[in-house]
Write a protein that binds this ligand. Sequence first.
Ligand code: TRP
Length: 457
Amino acid sequence: MSNKTDTKRSNFSGKLGYVLAVAGSAVGLGNIWRFPYLAAKYGGGMFLLVYLILMLTFGYAMIVSETALGRRTGRGPIGAFRAFGNKLRYKFGGWINAIIPMLILPYYCTLGGWVIKYLVEYCKGSTAAMAEDTYFTGFIGSAAQTEIYFLIFAVATVAVVIFGVQKGVERVSKIMMPALIVLAVIVAIYSMSLPGAFEGVKYFLVPNFKNFSIMTVVAALGQMFYSLSIAMGILYTYGSYLKRDVDIEKTTTQIEIFDTSIAILAGLMIIPAVFAFSGGNPDALNAGPSLMFVTIPKVFESMGFGTAAGIVFFLLVFFAALTSSISLAETTVSTFQDELGWGRVKSTIATTVILVGLGTVTTLGFNALDFIKILGMGALDFFDFVTNSVMMPISALCTCLLIVYSAGLKTVGDEVKLSSKFKREKLYNFFMKYLAPICMIIILLSSVANVFGWIKM
Ligand code: TRP
């Protein structure tokens, strides 16, 4: 990556390398699978608006904070918290950041397995069969099938982490990512041109206050954490590798633009198509997590060159998912290495045990183990909820408290100002001090209350 003979160029590629690395981790199933269904479920344009506001204020502050603290301390989350004290609260703050990726990885691989299945079936030319309403439910109802595909995806992830061919994957994803954008644009244009699709475009892009509820904010916040890979230690770690001359303010903006564009494109692929195929029936939007696996095949089937489109699309989604899942696994492995002093092999084995154990429970939660309900949720929804709606607000709150009361806002400010004017410093300070903690507490309480049925939102 570095080019010693040409320092100017090496500086640039250092920055580009960083933006691409973070974008590669950020862009994944969160953008293509999770964002569209949440937007559909929680108010369309209203959700989009809330998401954008949160991302530009809160998300921005969180990315800057984590990156700057990582660079300052030269440590991942646990070490960064410890750099400011040894009390229990610092340990808690560090570990909650580190545990979240361990809980996301298993269900990420469940979904990754579904993506492989779809890729395989498109390669076999089952385009028409896959467009049937019952195809998806039939597939996830099969314990043997889903478990096998889950294991394939999990093994692929762990294999890359062991053999460390990450460089190779990154090279591939530099081609795959632009290809994904081009294909997404084509599919989005096609999807918007379907008869009846315009209502969907309107629903997705135009905010309607009737669709607002506190759950819109809760869901948008959880999605923002998930999609930008914040509140889970990743950016501390990446920040710790970052050179001092890279402008954190600018890279943060670029990462946000990249990640959000892909999420919006995915929304434009899926939501108008749902309207077109359901004859405008909004109930179809409640398909939830399965939206991508039900709607996209219908679009492809109607396209004429659907088999080819299906192969390319799911191949690209597969790569986006694999690069993200690799960095989730890497983070877990490096936490074990750094904090428990384990070797790489032992750490990888431990990660695999957690991954296969929890992942199997999640995967079979749709068939053999579907009687297991935690708080009324299946395993996948439960892990998704616990991490995104409960743990991430707490972990983000820990980061805010660490900065405001221990590290000091000035520490972050000074670090950012090493290489940037930090034009938004006042805004940043205001947000970290007042808005963020209050927002997070409200959100945490309301999402928990919602699950226990204490309040109806
Ligand atoms: N941001 C990724 C996505 O949109 C998923 C993800 C969440 C992730 N947390 C992560 C990826 C941590 C890598 C590291 O799909």
